[in-house]
Design a protein around this ligand. Structure first.
Ligand code: PLP
Length: 361
């Protein structure tokens, strides 16, 4: 469901509650039950696609989340997986095989970067990193054997906002897939299918779950692409537990309200930091001083709940600040109801070498 009975497009806050829900039969529960079953009765001789089995991602809780996320993204289909990294890895593996080539932004979450540089070469897939600040770089780096282009918007942790349209054009010309990790935006702040992105990936551990109590991922796109990703999930196995799917559905119900408040709080915090002498730079796309502010206003409906700062005193000052925190908690992750603080060199970007971290800004 993505529209009202009269055909109007429903707002995210409404879709987040109603999309994917069972019809309101008298006596049926208003809140969907947790269907904590690995397997389901099947008839004889049904096509394999009809089998319901929780590793296939078609348990009722998994299917409901998928339908809701697809409605929020405005795509044909979605799939819930066991983590954000599972969503990224299964999408890459669905699209690429030995001999293929990937063009990726050099601003990526640390484990995504590690997956591309350490796992893909072992499978005979080569990767070229580009700087999406140069829009022509995608076309220049893409080859005939390029099957996938990969970008992250906004970037973790530098909060850069890049235009996916040049990458989408380069992908189209080669029949390749453009995938975007839009975790830092959430489907409330960005629906990137509108800009030519074929696969929208989220770590649902963050905003979508919203309570820091599940590890999950989602990928959205055409029904054909999502079936290819599902085929990888069936083989490699990173399917979510029905209880995690139920918790994700519960989190999604308040997604729009949480993200609106997080957008507001983060902008206030960013403005506060801008006035502090201890802070050398504030990175927040909602600030006029941010290099991508104009583009962020064009592409996004909000600037997100993460604020990054560079302290004048460097790493030692960052350690002192983290030691002195009161209510804010020192832990990696984002998008939950509590305020978390982390230093990427110890957490999200720990897998990178110092040189790779320098290159990623
Ligand atoms: N993508 C981004 C941008 C992230 O920040 C993270 C986790 O921090 C991930 C992907 C991976 O998500 P997960 O921890 O759910 O596998």
């Amino acid at each position: 469901m993505s529209g009202a009975p009269d055909g109007r497009r429903l707002r995210p806050a409404t879709l987040a509650v109603h999309a994917g829900a069972a019809p309101p039969e008298p006596g049926a529960p208003v809140v969907p039950p947790i269907v904590q079953s690995a397997t389901f009765f099947g008839g004889r001789g049904e096509p394999a696609s009809q089998l319901v089995y929780s590793r296939y991602g078609n348990n009722p809780n998994q299917a409901m989340v998928a339908e809701k996320v697809a409605a929020l993204e405005g795509t044909e289909a979605s799939l819930m997986l066991g983590s954000g990294m599972a969503a990224t890895a299964m999408t890459v593996l669905a699209v690429c095989e030995a001999g293929d080539h990937v063009v990726a932004s050099r601003y990526l979450y640390g484990a995504t970067h590690a997956f591309l540089t350490r796992e893909l070469p072992r499978r005979g897939v080569s990767v070229t990193f580009v700087d999406p600040d140069e829009p022509d770089a995608w076309e220049a780096a893409a080859r005939a054997e390029t099957r996938l282009l990969l970008i992250e918007v906004p970037t973790n942790p530098t909060l850069r906002v890049f235009d996916p349209r040049p990458a989408a054009a380069a992908a189209r010309r080669r029949g390749a897939v453009l995938a975007m990790d839009a975790t830092f935006a959430s489907p409330v702040n960005a629906r990137m299918a509108e800009y030519g992105v074929d696969a929208e990936i989220h770590s649902a551990t963050k905003y979508l779950g919203g309570h820091s109590d599940i590890i999950a991922g989602v990928v959205s796109g055409s029904a054909e692409l999502i079936e290819r990703v599902r085929a990888m999930m069936k083989l490699y196995g990173p399917a979510p537990d029905p209880h995690a799917a139920w918790l994700l559905d519960r989190g999604l119900r308040t997604l729009a309200q949480r993200v609106a408040q997080q957008n507001h709080n983060a902008l206030e915090l960013a403005r506060f930091f801008e006035g502090r002498p201890e802070v050398a730079r504030v990175l927040y796309p909602g600030l006029e001083s941010h290099p991508d502010h104009a583009l962020a206003r064009e592409l996004l409906d909000g600037f997100g709940g993460v604020v990054s700062i560079v302290l004048a005193g460097g790493g030692a000052a960052a350690d002192r600040m983290c030691d002195a925190l009161g209510l804010a908690l020192l832990a990696p992750s984002l998008g939950g109801v509590e305020t978390l603080v982390s230093q990427p060199r110890y957490t999200s970007h720990q897998p990178l070498t110092p040189e790779e971290r320098e290159a990623a800004g």
